[in-house]
Design a protein around this ligand. Structure first.
Ligand code: ADP
Ligand code: 5SP
Length: 497
């Protein structure tokens, strides 16, 4: 048995998976979120640990299996968050998250300090955007120098959980590639940007964990972690990765030609590549995968916070989102939402706020309000799909994340993209990816090596009842609404969608 753990923004999920891909147990525990009006978004790493313990114990109880049956664990985690640890390995302060826009001035400062976007691209293959890890370090130095001085280890959320599980400080290329201090072409840390922050003292270079391979084992569980989780100290922990990287594995996106879209707190779209896919404009995130390759990706910062938020504001439960899509027509009667509630990463508008345009006496109703938000979020990620595929059309998209539970939202994405939408039987893509990566690494460790593509081919199944085929008539209506969205985006923010 293998255990996948996914530390998302809103919750931690756990999944027990048998060698043939059968799901044996599930668990889920919600997270708190610290939000401040200045764009700060933070979580205490201790909350992730507590949620992980809770979710794993639920999954074990549901499976009825003894803990010693779990051979290996793979941890998936929200990308980019900065966990800073002191000499004793204790978190110094709450982690600033991927959707924290308070550090936008520091990001701008760093981009300029190295010589501008083209210099970053030439040197490291990436141009940092607000949300990536690096600006959080400069923010810490400028705003909390006492905390900065105590930094001895830098970790991403999943690296921190791996450390808590094993006592070892390591990282892997997928999640590391989203830091802004990683060389995308060479798949290695890039310490130069860190020298800009600490003035070349070497403090931050020394705080970097060693990089390991995607199919490597971090180590066995340390006794304290094994006891807390109800597992054995023989249980191994694999490299894990960023949640998008692990969601890619959980949808079989480990070879070219597969597209994964996630509708979680963020909306993301990505497609595996055996070569680096770089973008000198910096719109496409040129990340590595957590399966040994690259994973060009686009992430928008506003997704189910917007769609869930409007439904809540209307005093309904989340099922109303699907009802509203049923009750209204593509285009929401001319209503367009530019849903950048907390600034945005793609397009790069970290200080933007949301806008609702085209409101009339005829279209102002609850259904259209919900539809406009869902369409605004969807158009943002569909613009990203074009970037990821370099203008090619997707024939099929694997849809995961909480939003994929809505049949009507799935149909909207099918109609607006012209692609078939499929949903894996195991919709917790990050968790399944974690468990499958753990299987891959554990098998290699005991000399029973199996290619990851063979493991995903065996274990990732599509739920036929959840597939959606595009409708050409509705496609034309969505094309018109998408064109209006782009026009209004240009008008309000001066950028192309
Ligand atoms: N049936 C549904 N229809 C639309 N949205 C849904 C549905 N079920 C859940 N969601 C949305 O999914 C969100 C959670 O998504 P999830 O992928 O778990 O987030 P994260 O990984 O960022 O923690 C919820 O907040 C909710 O808004
Ligand atoms: O920042 C990114 C990707 O670059 C986000 O996708 C985070 O990784 C958070 O993911 P979710 O909580 O929405 O799954």
């Amino acid at each position: 048995m293998y255990l996948g753990i996914d530390c998302g923004t809103q919750s931690t999920k756990a999944l027990i998976v048998a060698e043939d891909g059968t799901i044996r147990g599930k668990g889920h525990a919600a997270h708190e979120l610290i939000e401040r009006p200045n764009g700060a978004r933070e979580q205490d790493p201790a909350w992730w640990v507590a949620a992980m313990i809770d979710a794993v114990r639920q999954a074990l109880a549901q499976s009825g299996l003894p803990g010693r049956e779990i051979r290996a664990i793979g941890v998936s985690g929200q990308q980019h968050g900065l966990v800073v640890l002191d000499e004793a390995g204790q978190p110094i302060r709450p982690a600033k998250l991927w959707n924290d826009t308070e550090t936008s001035p520091q990001n701008q400062e760093l981009v300029l300090a190295l010589g501008g976007p083209s210099k970053w691209f030439a040197e490291y293959g990436i141009i940092p955007l607000t949300g990536y890890t690096i600006s959080k370090l400069l923010w810490l130095k400028q705003n909390e120098p006492e905390h900065f001085r105590r930094v001895r280890h830098i970790a991403l959320p999943h690296d921190y959980l791996n450390f808590w599980l094993t006592g070892r400080h390591v990282a892997e290329c997928g999640d590391a590639s989203g830091t802004g201090f990683f060389d995308i072409r060479r798949r290695a840390w890039a310490a130069g940007p860190l020298d800009l922050i600490d003035g070349g003292t070497g403090q931050l270079r020394a705080a970097l964990p060693a990089l390991i391979g995607a199919d490597d084992i971090v180590g066995p569980l340390q006794p304290s972690a094994a006891e807390a989780l109800g597992l054995s100290t023989d249980c191994l922990v694999s490299a894990g990765g960023g949640d998008n990287m692990m969601g890619a594995i959980g949808t079989g996106n480990v070879h070219p030609g597969v597209v994964t879209m996630s509708l979680g707190t963020s909306a993301t779209v990505c497609s595996f590549s055996p070569e680096p896919v770089l973008d000198a404009r910096g719109w496409l995130a040129p990340f590595c995968s957590s399966s040994g390759g690259w994973l060009p990706l686009v992430c928008t910062m506003n997704a189910t916070n917007v769609t869930g938020g409007i439904v809540e504001l209307l005093g309904r439960d989340i099922g109303y989102l699907s009802d509203a899509l049923d009750a209204t027509a593509p285009g929401a009667g001319g209503l367009t939402a530019l849903p950048f509630l907390n600034g945005e990463r793609t397009p790069d508008l970290p200080n933007a706020t949301g806008t609702l345009l085209g409101l009339t006496a005829n279209n102002m109703n609850a259904g259209n309000l919900v539809r406009a938000m869902v369409e605004g979020v969807s158009f943002g990620v569909l613009a990203g799909l074009k970037l990821v595929l370099g203008g090619r059309r997707a024939a099929r998209i694997f849809l995961i994340g909480g939003g994929a539970r809505s049949p009507q939202w799935r149909q909207l994405i099918a109609d607006a993209s012209g692609a078939e939408i499929v949903v894996p039987v195991t919709e917790e893509g990050g968790c399944l990816g974690g468990a499958l990566q753990a299987m891959w690494a554990e098998k290699k460790q005991r000399g029973a090596t199996e290619a990851l593509a063979d493991i995903t081919a065996r274990c990732v199944a599509i739920d036929p009842a959840k597939s959606a085929q595009p409708d050409a008539g509705r496609r034309a209506a969505y094309d018109a609404a998408f064109a209006l969205y782009r026009e209004r985006l240009q008008q309000i923010h001066g950028v192309a969608g």
